[in-house]
Design a protein around this ligand. Structure first.
Ligand code: ES4
Ligand code: ZN
Length: 336
């Protein structure tokens, strides 16, 4: 249909994609074989890429997904593994009409297994260079901290020399906060975010995915974030919704993720209309595309099927996505 052609053709930005969440079952098994990784023998889901893929259709919660997500990434060992992962995502994104991608990664999930930060970064940077050269796609890296770990551990990672160097040399643009939400409210990470702000880093945090709207207010008030990842629970608080609309804070919405992790029953339940009516800025994203059954274009199409937006509304969404990006002003003008 003409609207699907428009969705493909629009210059899209993606702001909420965990590179580790782009690890497909086939690449997972390939790397496990190459790196001699031991996968769980007591879980039949790890019998084959096909059985793993079908297990991904039945997540019961964020934590159920995260269990598979952290096992999956244990196959990533060498710089070339991280490069292959990021390059496979950049190619898929480019085919979906993504011109600019700001991608999350979870250093603590790798350094805790003995993989050096420099290994992760050299692989990702090689893929980013290739994306720029071969796909004309611009990319930014966002370093995420795992909220289920003690805040002092997160601060220690933040302060590591090689991590600091990646901030200073511009390889990493900003920080995020992810992993298990409900027991780990944003305000636990006030000091980390204050230090990041002092260093001029951009700041975002997952909030209001499984957690309540109050976590969104807390992330804004105690972390100084300029984006909120997910934030769908914002629709439950009209006053806060007005505040977010006026602040220009952008939500990075992930419809397939919300359905697969049972935060909503269907894409129709993602409060797209409420956000449009209230003037809340948002972008549409894939989150963990290899786990949730779709890349960014499939998320756009699902929103269209469920919410039937007009051409102009889609153009405005993509324009807000460019404006809310963390690239240079010069790059924003190219993207428009
Ligand atoms: C995540 Cl969907 C989601 N939520 C929180 N943390 C995450 N890490 C990767 N995907
Ligand atoms: Zn996420």
């Amino acid at each position: 249909s003409p609207i699907h052609a428009l969705l493909l053709a629009l210059p899209k930005c993606e702001h909420h994609i965990h590179l580790e969440g782009a690890l497909t079952p086939s690449l997972l098994f390939e790397l496990a074989a190459r790196n001699n990784t031991t996968l769980p023998v007591d879980d039949l889901a790890f019998t084959s890429p096909e059985s793993l893929r079908s297990r991904y259709e039945h997540f019961t919660s964020l934590d159920d997904f995260l269990h598979y997500y952290y096992i999956g990434m244990s196959v990533l060992i060498l710089p070339s593994d991280f490069e292959a992962l990021a390059w496979s995502y950049f190619q898929r994104a480019a085919a979906n009409g993504v011109h600019h991608a700001e991608v999350f990664f979870d250093p603590q999930a790798h350094t805790s297994r003995g993989v050096a930060y420099s290994t992760i970064l050299s692989g990702f940077n090689a893929a980013r260079h290739r994306a720029h050269e071969e796909l004309r796609m611009s990319t930014e890296l966002i370093c995420c901290f795992l909220r289920h770990l003690p805040p002092p551990d997160c601060l220690a990672t933040f302060n590591q020399a090689e991590v600091q160097q990646s901030f200073e040399n511009g390889a990493v643009t900003g920080i995020g906060l992810d992993s298990s939400e409900l027991d780990f409210p944003p305000q636990l990470f006030g000091e980390l975010y204050r230090k990041a702000g002092e260093q001029g880093l951009r700041r975002t945090a997952h909030a209001g995915e499984e957690g309540p709207a109050a976590y969104i207010a807390n992330a804004i008030d105690t972390l100084g974030v300029e984006r909120i990842d997910h934030g769908i629970k914002l629709a439950e608080d009209a006053e806060l919704m007005q505040r977010v609309a006026e602040s220009g804070i952008m939500l990075t919405i992930c419809p397939f993720s919300n359905v697969l992790l049972r935060c909503v029953k269907s894409v129709a339940e993602v409060p797209i209309r409420k956000f449009l009516n209230a003037g809340v800025r948002f972008s549409i994203n894939s989150d963990d595309p290899a786990y949730f059954g779709g890349y960014v274009l499939e998320n756009y199409c699902a929103v269209q099927e469920a919410h039937n937006l007009g051409e102009e509304e889609w153009e405005n969404i993509c324009q807000a996505g460019i404006e809310g990006s963390w690239c240079t002003q010069e790059r924003k003008e190219e993207l428009l």
